[in-house]
Design a protein around this ligand. Structure first.
Ligand SMILES: Cc1cc2nc3c(=O)[nH]c(=O)nc-3n(C[C@H](O)[C@H](O)[C@H](O)COP(=O)(O)OP(=O)(O)OC[C@H]3O[C@@H](n4cnc5c(N)ncnc54)[C@H](O)[C@@H]3O)c2cc1C
Length: 416
């Protein structure tokens, strides 16, 4: 183990790396530019709603094993809420039809042969076409690999890939969609239970990690933006934070910052450089009793409706087209759809809209090909982040796996 490991960036990738290393007894210091940890996965007090909300609704699946192990490690195993079985309520806003997808737990997908469990208007053979994605080459888009039309596409495949890849399937990488299928649907319903941090992302994913680190004497410096790296003899020899400068020739550095920041700091580093937005809207109210915790919506602007104890929240992926729509117009439009799905009055309750412009890198085949490995040309520098080459789309699971991998590589290095 090196003398000290500097983790730069306290998003989930950086926190996962720091937690793993601290658990193994390493000396770790975390440097975060912002005033708080969590990056794109955070909770904060919203003055308009006067309540704590998340920057975005985050859906996990029970097959996200790295995310679940991370939560176990920081003492939050069991803090994600979700149904006992892999059940997804859906509504078609055009036809008013409602159905519930029920995926059986075992790997053998007998649910696709059961009309009451599968998507209405589909046949079992439609689903078998998904298998092609498991073998798709890296240069193919989803719609070049499988048929992007028909009931199965509109009512399940498109919502699934749009949510998982944050890009329209006609542009999205078939191999990333295949990775999602491999780890979820192909692994059976036991890997597909939807899970959410009902108590908020901060209380479940972030604050317990900071406590875990604090208990192991890891200092997390906020407002500590890395400005430059100095290189010599195949190593990072110093970290320049503007006001202070740390010598690192005996140390390891894990850079867990967003891709454009990493590209500025590391010479000749190729990273994804195109992004897609995600829009979330939050409506403060007491949700109606019996409303499903998560509802997928087709033929609407809203795509997923999440029920929290004190609010209803919606998510729209690949939402760049909505970035310039006036907030009031958008809130009114989205609320009308929510009211229809939830059976609520038309009058707009207190609301907030959060638009994350660079929510994830654009999961196209070309951008996916630009994702770098965790190792770099420098012997004491590693990369982490959902945009590194994890084989997964930009997700919590991918971010945590990238942090774990960087930590493991540091542990195996010959430094110190
Ligand atoms: C609205 C939204 C909805 C999402 N929904 C889902 C979902 O449903 N399911 C899912 O699995 N994933 C979802 N994601 C993706 C998930 O949030 C990300 O994959 C994950 O949080 C990325 O973590 P990260 O650590 O790789 O990056 P980041 O969270 O971006 O962390 C990078 C950190 O580096 C810090 N930093 C930047 N520059 C510097 C510097 N120079 N010095 C020091 N620190 C610096 C930043 O402040 C930040 O804290 C969503 C994302 C968004 C935005």
């Amino acid at each position: 183990m090196p003398r000290m490991v500097h983790v730069v960036g306290a998003g989930l990738a950086g926190l996962a790396a720091a937690v793993r290393l601290a658990a193994r007894g390493a000396n770790v210091a975390v440097h975060e530019a912002a005033g708080a940890a969590g990056g794109r996965c955070r909770s904060y007090h919203d003055p308009l709603l006067d309540m704590v909300i998340d920057n975005g609704n985050h859906l996990l699946l029970s097959g996200n094993h790295a995310a679940l192990s991370y939560l176990d490690m920081i003492g939050c195993g069991g803090r994600l809420a979700g149904p006992e079985a892999a059940e997804f309520a859906f509504m078609d806003l055009a036809s008013g039809e409602r159905w519930t997808l029920r995926i059986n737990p075992a790997r053998l997908p007998w649910w696709i042969f059961d009309r009451t469990r599968r998507v209405p208007g589909t046949t079992a053979s439609d689903y078998l076409a998904f298998v092609r994605l498991l073998y798709a080459s890296d240069d193919k888009t989803v719609c070049a690999a499988v048929k992007c039309a028909g009931s199965l596409y509109e009512r399940l495949a498109r919502p699934l890939w749009l949510a998982a890849l944050n890009i329209e399937p006609k542009e999205g990488s078939a191999s990333l969609a295949g990775a999602v299928i491999r780890e979820t649907l192909a692994a059976g319903g036991k890997a597909c239970r939807p899970l959410v941090a009902r108590d908020g992302l901060g209380p479940v994913f972030i604050e317990p990690a900071l406590r875990f680190l604090g208990e192991r004497n890891v200092k997390v410096a906020f407002g500590h933006r890395l400005r430059a790296l100095s290189f010599a003899n195949n190593k990072v020899v110093a970290l320049d934070f503007g006001d202070d400068r740390l010598t690192t020739d005996q140390d390891a550095v894990i850079l867990a910052v967003p891709p454009m920041v990493a590209a500025d700091l590391v010479p000749d580093l190729k990273t994804p450089s195109e992004f897609r937005a995600i829009v979330n809207a939050h409506f403060r109210l007491d949700p109606p009793a019996g409303l499903a915790p998560i509802i997928g919506i087709v033929n609407g602007t809203i795509e997923w409706l999440f029920t929290f104890p004190d609010r209803l929240s919606i998510t729209i992926s690949a939402a760049d087209r909505l970035l310039d729509v006036p907030r009031e117009t958008l809130a009114e439009k989205l609320w009308q759809e929510v009211a229809t799905v939830a059976g609520l009055p038309r009058a707009l309750p207190p609301w907030q809209i959060v638009r994350e412009r660079r929510a994830t890198f654009a999961a196209t085949p070309a951008e996916n090909a630009k994702r770098p490995a965790a190792t770099t040309a420098w012997s004491n520098l590693w990369l982490a982040g959902d945009w590194t080459k994890t084989g997964l789309p930009a997700t919590i699971e991918g971010a945590i796996r990238s942090g774990n991998r960087a930590a493991d590589l540091v542990g195996r290095s010959q430094l110190g």
